[in-house]
Design a binder for this molecule. Structure first.
Ligand SMILES: [Fe+2]
Ligand SMILES: [Fe+2]
Length: 274
């Protein structure tokens, strides 16, 4: 592929790549080029409504995704790692969609270079996370695509395609924050099953995901400030309007605080906040 001239073009080329390995390769190349100053600017390119995806896995309603007990038998661990790999593949596309969809459009919000630096770094992290999980699936005799998966994450992207503040409110600040709540329990189960290799991968992902939620929090506050809105009440209003699921405990307050989230804000939906 010829080198992309702008970051938006690079983002769209990742979104248009169906094969995971190609998505990873293009992501690594684009982020390296951006960080080395070899990409001229944000530019303008239209992201597809849906990113290209491989033929497998088939997408099914969430309740049809296999969930099995995590134990010494590999089946449950494979199902877990497969579901997480699918989330990470979506997360690669979500980072690039954010850049391509909102970067060119929000020039009046004067998004600084640091905004794009952050979401490029997130894209690179998600690509690495997918790579680690799919390599581990391989060690367990499985591969990404072997099991069905669901499309919930892209539904959230569609629901927030019109508004950057809504996208940040839902994707990093509801969905990725929810990942922080549930990951320690998964790590614990993997340790108990004696699968230290998988547990170690989830520990790395968990640490890095805190920084993704922190980026969401930082840019959400930045944009609210530009619009003269109070971040806490703006977040609640956007979640109520754009997110169909529940924001529910148990919350991982320690990780959420490390990401800059305030219990008084996210606890609101459960009557725990103010
Ligand atoms: Fe990730
Ligand atoms: Fe992430």
């Amino acid at each position: 592929m010829a080198a992309a001239r702008t970051l938006a073009e690079a983002a769209v080329s990742v979104l248009a790549a169906a094969e995971p390995l190609e998505k990873l390769r293009l992501t690594e190349a684009a982020v390296a080029a951006w960080e080395a100053g070899r990409i001229a600017g944000i530019g303008d390119a239209t992201p597809p409504e849906r990113p290209a995806r491989p033929d497998q896995p088939v997408l099914v309603p969430p309740r049809e995704v296999p969930r099995r007990r995590i134990g010494r038998e590999p089946g449950g661990r494979i199902a877990l790692l497969h579901a997480l790999a699918h989330i990470e593949l979506n997360a690669i596309d979500l980072a690039w969609d954010l850049i391509a969809r909102f970067g060119p459009r929000e020039t009046e919000a004067a998004l600084p270079r640091a905004f794009f630096d952050d979401w490029c770094r997130v894209a690179a992290d998600e690509a690495r996370h997918f790579g680690m999980l799919s390599a581990r699936l391989g060690e367990l005799g499985a591969a990404y695509g072997d099991l069905p998966a669901h499309d919930g994450l892209w539904e959230a992207a569609r629901a927030t395609a019109g508004d950057l503040l809504a996208r940040l409110a839902v994707v990093p600040l509801v969905l990725e924050a929810r990942g922080l709540d549930v990951t320690p329990g998964m790590i614990e189960k993997l340790h108990r099953a004696g699968d230290e290799a998988s547990a170690g991968i989830l520990e790395t992902i968990y640490r890095e995901e805190i920084s993704h939620v922190a980026a969401g929090e930082r840019w959400f506050a930045f944009l609210c400030q530009g619009q003269g809105r109070e971040p806490g009440s703006a977040w609640r209003a956007l979640v109520r309007r754009h997110f169909k699921g529940l924001v529910k405990p148990p919350f991982n307050d320690e990780a959420r605080r490390a990401a800059g989230m305030s219990p008084g804000v996210y606890g609101y939906f459960t009557g725990l906040g103010s």
